[in-house]
Ligand binder design. Structure first.
Ligand code: ADP
Length: 272
């Protein structure tokens, strides 16, 4: 009787184990497939600018006797493509480091508004020169997060640069910072082209671009948001997007508030 019980439990365990192994092999198969797709996409992305550069150089070789303007035009096109290639390689390298887990954050008390002002200082002119209105609503109370200022800046530059790239003349971009109970919230909202509902869940995927030609024309690689998501997740925060096609997009980034433990202890001590 005793033996029967053990066998029954054993069978159950074996069933569970075989179920787990099945699930694992399905996952492995899924990742293998994803990796294969990613490598195919990457080869395509790397090949494209090289093909253009080769083509333009060929034209240039034949155009050497041509006008200065036309030579300049082809050199500019070659320059743009090499820039795109460099961008792509840098982004890929950054993503590889993030996924490898060798990327470490240098967390400290970081003012979201100071960081935002830095970024706006760098980008406002270029945005406004494109005929886009830029509004900034800083938080009403001091807002400090537990963050790596350089990395957070990288996230914000990426999202703001997207808002710029996917907007047109007459549009507007609004940046706001707000204090929530446990998070610092940064909202970047644009009145640009928007993202179709079926594409929205995929914008965080590596190399995913809604409109490849538009994204490439503006120097996009389709990697920026994957990097943003990894960095924000490392901060124990979140990044979300809402969008209506043809109307605009809003990105919300939440980073845990900085907890000043020394100040808290002080207050506790004072109360006693
Ligand atoms: P990219 O370098 O192509 O901009 P990202 O990873 O930053 O790549 O973004 C992925 C895709 O999400 C973009 O190609 C674009 O189609 C879409 N996207 C991102 N931000 C916006 C935005 N503010 N408005 C419209 N589309 C956007």
């Amino acid at each position: 009787k005793h033996v029967t019980t053990i066998t029954a439990v054993g069978n159950d365990e074996i069933a569970q184990l075989s179920h787990a192994i099945n699930r694992m092999s399905q996952n492995i198969e899924f990742y293998k497939q994803q990796r294969k797709q990613f490598l195919a996409d990457i080869s395509h992305e790397l090949r494209t600018p090289i093909t253009y550069m080769k083509g333009y150089s060929e034209v240039l070789i034949h155009e050497l006797e041509g006008s200065k303007e036309s030579r300049k035009k082809y050199l500019r096109l070659i320059y743009d493509q090499s820039h795109q290639l460099q961008h792509l390689i840098e982004d890929l390298f950054e993503l590889a480091k993030l996924e490898e887990g060798t990327y470490s954050l240098d967390l400290s008390k970081t003012s979201l508004d100071k960081m935002m002002q830095n970024v706006l200082g760098m980008m406002a002119d270029s945005i406004e020169q494109s005929g886009i209105t830029l509004n900034y609503n800083p938080s009403l109370t001091p807002l400090f997060v537990q963050g790596d200022a350089k990395r957070l800046q990288q996230v914000v530059i990426n999202v703001l640069d997207n808002a710029h790239k996917y907007s047109s003349i007459g549009g507007s971009i609004t940046v706001s910072t707000l204090k929530e109970e446990t998070f610092g919230l940064l909202i970047i909202s644009d009145t640009g082209i928007g993202i179709p509902a079926e594409d929205l869940p995929h914008i965080w995927d590596r190399l995913y671009r809604v409109d490849r030609s538009r994204s490439r024309a503006t120097g996009g690689t389709g990697i920026g948001l994957s990097i943003c998501k990894e960095i924000v997740t490392l901060h124990q925060g979140s990044i979300q997007a809402e969008s209506t096609e043809g109307q605009g997009t809003t990105f919300s980034i939440r980073i845990p508030l900085f907890e000043d433990t020394t100040e808290k202890n002080q207050t506790d001590a004072d109360c006693k």
